[in-house]
Design a binder for this molecule. Structure first.
Ligand code: DAK
Length: 261
């Protein structure tokens, strides 16, 4: 896959997507959002890719938000187009049937914090900084921040971050639940790849169904969520991988060969 603003490398089932606009600290312009959307669509369809890792190029920034130089003169209709592009790309990322890991290597501000929240897991380097600076620019978080942030860190913490525009470091992000782990900067990608490999040992369809149950379940009441879980649990019994996982266990075997069916 060739893109102007992204680097995509895939090997051993892991796709590493690097947002590559280092001169503007990997800020998201419309072209990059369109490329991300296209890239996520292609990765979703590629059966050789089992896990996606998303990071930013350079040592300083993951994504420093939406591109302010593009937004400054944008009209309301143009802003809407940008919002729709981002909504589609972020939703595609969030709903991807395979696991996604944000490897946050530096600033994750505004849209950068928001795209990390759309990933399943976030691993932060010790240099990472998170924040939602939109109210300081006369806008509000518009790539899902007002919705995903309170669901992740709670209403009060989300309001504090959005109302103050405070930047928080990796350890604070870990403490409030915005990051799963904090690791030394030079170990970030290896750490994420090792986690991806642990995920790849398990049945891919089970992961897809569990992801659906969690993502949809969080947006409905508990009874509807438990009903959804029961239905998806039942569905997993129809898979060859359920037979494989349980048979290998009962035979005290070591190697499970999951086929994603
Ligand atoms: N956009 C464009 N350029 C940016 C940028 C950004 N977000 N962030 C940094 N840059 C550029 C700087 O302008 C500078 O360019 P040159 O001067 O070298 O040409 C270069 O990157 C290096 O930045 P700094 O010189 O500022 O570097 P520092 O180390 O001093 O500071 C910083 C790093 C990350 C603290 C600082 O750059 C910073 O505060 N950046 C802006 C962070 C920010 O406010 N991000 C935008 C959040 S708002 C929408 C929905 C949602 C959104 C938009 C639309 N719709 C529904 C339509 C989302 C909005 C946001 O994300």
């Amino acid at each position: 896959m060739e893109y102007k603003n992204l680097l995509v490398e895939a090997s051993e089932g892991i796709a590493l997507v690097t947002i590559n606009r280092p001169k503007s600290l990997n800020a998201l312009n419309s072209e990059t959002l369109a490329e991300l959307n296209d890239c996520f669509k292609a990765l979703e369809a590629d059966d050789d890719v089992k896990v996606v890792i998303l990071t930013g190029s350079g040592e300083k920034s993951f994504v420093a938000g939406a591109d302010i130089s593009e937004m400054v003169n944008a009209t309301a209709p143009e802003g809407r187009v940008m919002g729709m592009l981002a909504r589609e790309a972020f939703k595609r990322l969030e709903d991807m049937k395979k696991p996604t890991i944000a490897a946050v290597n530096g600033y994750a501000l505004g849209g950068g914090c928001e795209i990390s929240m759309a990933c399943d897991v976030t691993v932060a380097s010790e240099k990472a900084k998170f924040g939602q600076p939109e109210t300081g620019l006369g806008i509000l978080p518009g790539f899902g921040g007002t919705q995903r942030l309170p669901r992740l860190v709670g209403k009060k913490m989300a309001k504090e971050l959005i109302f103050t525009c405070d930047m928080i470091d990796a350890n604070e992000a870990y403490r409030i639940g915005l990051a799963n782990h904090v690791v030394p900067a030079d170990q970030l990608i290896d750490y994420c790849k090792a986690m991806a490999k642990r995920m790849m040992k398990n049945a891919p369809l089970s992961i897809t169904l569990a992801k659906q149950a969690i993502n949809i379940g969080l947006d409905v009441d508990i009874d509807a969520g438990l009903q959804l879980e029961a239905n998806l649990f039942g569905l997993s019994f129809a898979t060859a991988d359920k037979k494989e996982g349980m048979t290998v266990f009962l035979n005290k075997g070591k190697e499970k060969h999951f086929i994603g069916k």
